[in-house]
Design a protein around this ligand. Structure first.
Ligand code: SAH
Length: 364
């Protein structure tokens, strides 16, 4: 849409449907047009109001004057030998983020970012090294889904979403929740929150807020260590919100029937992969409706850790299983295109003009 010179325009991508209804009403139009507009944007994938042909010409004209519709732009699309696809997307202000499509895990999954960079500085994650550049808006979070669904021709297909890309979703709470509401809207993607997983280091106040949300995603906690001593070294925010408090919050978390909290545990050779660590983890999680997802480290230059051997990984998993925990080992996907956990790269972001490594973490 072409921008109008006189005055700020509202971005349709940033509007929840009730707000869009209000905006239409304020201009003398009927509220129900919001449903049509939602269908065009989210189901039919248009990025220009002139294409919304079931709206009157006059309304389209008015929309084009008062609103814009911002859509992230694909800068680069790479496909892994295993079918994983990585998208480098440019936002309206030139910042870049990455989103990943992971097929057949067994479902189709979109891994999306919630921030440019990340403030959490986890010791094994490259995104943490770049610091936080800025939060994404709800429209930019949902925009990744719009772009991937279009590029992959999946608008009519079922897919899951994991908020496991760049950033800490609970550190960008309001925009993330707004994005979930937009994704959930029955006239848009109509995504059930059960198909969405939010992964977090466990920012306690935000976690407690999340427990009261009407649109509640599945929860994954990036735990990585069973004690404060060790976790504090790997996940700096643990010094503020410790292991016990996070586990207690998880025990109180209102889970739907049969659902469980996923605990992610990146395995680092000689650091958190001992038999004792496994036993402590099992004790810690007893009484929590949990499943454990072990993530063997995706090693990268600049990351001072190594991946344990398969034997150590299997043994760790086995101990958890012996303690009646459900455990899975995440298979790394897309490593050849650096789309795996801790491996996505965005160059030339704010902080240094030199090639900067930003990562977006994902594998299945
Ligand atoms: N900030 C959120 C969302 C990122 S999710 C969170 O921490 O949960 C990405 C997952 O991949 C996290 O569990 C993260 O700890 C993990 N990860 C990051 N770097 C990794 C690496 N190099 N190898 C394997 N897993 C990694």
């Amino acid at each position: 849409m072409t921008a109008r010179a006189d005055g700020p325009q509202t971005d349709l991508a940033e509007l929840e449907r009730p707000a869009l209804e209000d905006a239409l009403e304020a201009r003398g139009y009927r509220r129900f047009h919001a449903r049509q507009i939602y269908r065009w944007i989210y189901r039919r994938g248009v990025s220009d109001v002139s294409a919304m042909t079931d709206l009157s010409r006059k309304l389209r004209q008015r929309l084009a004057e008062d609103f814009i519709l911002t859509t992230p732009e694909i800068v680069l699309r790479q496909q892994s030998v295993d079918g994983t696809e990585k998208f480098l997307l440019r936002l309206a202000d030139g910042q870049q983020i990455e989103s990943v499509f992971i097929p057949d895990t067994p479902s189709m999954t979109f891994c999306v970012s919630t921030q440019v960079g990340c403030a959490m500085a986890c010791a094994f994650c490259l995104t943490g090294k770049m610091g936080l550049v800025r939060n994404l808006t709800a429209g930019e979070i949902v925009g990744q889904v719009r772009v991937l669904a279009g590029a992959l021709d999946m608008r009519d297909k079922r897919f899951n979403i994991v908020l496991m890309g760049m950033g800490e979703p609970l550190h960008n709470y309001d925009e993330t929740m707004k994005a979930l509401r937009i994704l959930n809207d029955e006239h848009g993607f109509a995504m059930s929150p059960r198909r969405i997983t939010l992964s977090t280091v466990g920012l306690l106040p935000a976690l407690e807020r999340l427990a009261r949300e009407p649109v509640m995603p599945n929860l994954a906690i990036s735990l990585h260590a069973p004690t404060d001593e060790l976790r504090g070294e790997l996940v700096p925010i643990n010094k503020k919100y410790g292991v016990k408090d996070i586990i207690d919050a998880c025990k109180r978390f209102p889970l739907k029937r049969r659902s469980r909290i996923t605990f992610e545990y990146v395995l680092l050779a000689g650091v958190n992969d001992s038999l004792d660590d496994a036993r402590r983890l099992a004790t810690l999680l007893s009484g929590v409706k949990s499943k454990v997802n072990l993530i063997p480290l995706n090693a990268a230059a600049g990351i001072p850790f190594e991946r344990p051997s398969d034997r150590v990984i299997d043994r760790f998993a086995q101990i958890l299983a012996e303690h009646h925990l459900t455990v899975s080992v995440r298979k790394s996907r897309g490593r050849d295109i650096r789309a795996a956990c801790g491996q996505l790269i965005v160059e030339g972001q704010k902080k240094s003009p030199a090639q900067q490594l930003a990562t977006l973490a994902f594998s299945d």
